[in-house]
Ligand binder design. Sequence first.
Ligand SMILES: NC(=O)c1ccc[n+]([C@@H]2O[C@H](COP(=O)([O-])OP(=O)(O)OC[C@H]3O[C@@H](n4cnc5c(N)ncnc54)[C@H](OP(=O)(O)O)[C@@H]3O)[C@@H](O)[C@H]2O)c1
Length: 296
Amino acid sequence: MLTNIHNPSHIPCIFKQKDVLLRHNPKKKTRMKIAIIGAGNMGSAIARGLAQGGLVQPEDITVSNPSEGKLQALQADIPGLEVTTSNVKAMGDADIIFLAVKPKVLEDVLRELPLRNGLIVASVVAGSSINSILDYLSMICPQGHVPDTIFFRIVPNTAAAIGQSMTLVSSLAANPKQRQLMLDLLAPLGPTMWVPEPQLAAATALASCGTAYVMKYIQAATQAGIELGFKAQDARRMVTQCVMGAAALLQDNPDAHPATEIEKVCTPGGYTIRGINELEHSGFTSAIIKAIKASV
Ligand SMILES: NC(=O)c1ccc[n+]([C@@H]2O[C@H](COP(=O)([O-])OP(=O)(O)OC[C@H]3O[C@@H](n4cnc5c(N)ncnc54)[C@H](OP(=O)(O)O)[C@@H]3O)[C@@H](O)[C@H]2O)c1
């Protein structure tokens, strides 16, 4: 939610005209200029992903952040990357701007946007809908006129840092070419999925908050392993590989189903079915459903 809207009457909007898509060719590096605002977890993961992805050159990516330490660390990892402490400088001639800041500073950053027809802005800010962003911009633009900027919302998860995110992408106004461009740009972060914006909160609960729920299972199973006599690191290694293997059995296999995989390991009268039934008696399925619904 965008809250705390300030009096914006003195704030100018800058209008320019460009068409980045005319230059987009997924097969080769283009001269798109990218700005990433915020060099935290998400901003850094996006910068690393874009730099590895082959669609843009590091020299065409500028990351801005108020403190310099994170910028220097990124620049050390990504030779050629441009960095600055000025958002305005980073966004000046950008074709695509990624907003990777916390919700409390989003309005400050929106006021600095060099709005113009054809500009593409992708926000990772959780909970701020495209309409709430547009409402805010229409308050701060002269005569309430917001130039035809294409807004995206993108929801990576923390595994973006290792190229294993499930990244959700949404937009109200993007055309198929613009959608594809965004999906291509984000591909190095991990698999991407297009989600209509009304379903984005629910998808975020599954694909982004879900990381925490899976971690909770890993933590709980590791605790059990320690009680059963294993060293913490051995227990965690067993549990994490078990989780990865289980996920791999289902991933990209339309014929696989959790129920079938569970049945395979449940010998009649055996140990696994005892554990499965204990999970049910303890409300495991219900707890997971409640947790995911609670985070929408
Ligand atoms: N973490 C996740 O799993 C996840 C998943 C999906 C979406 N998101 C969303 O992604 C956004 C960023 O999350 P994060 O985890 O990357 O947060 P983060 O690590 O705290 O990064 C935010 C960055 O923004 C910088 N910043 C603060 N004020 C700024 C300004 N006015 N202009 C430019 N940069 C500014 C901060 O700099 P300093 O620290 O130097 O002040 C910090 O480096 C959040 O809105 C969150 O809701 C996060």
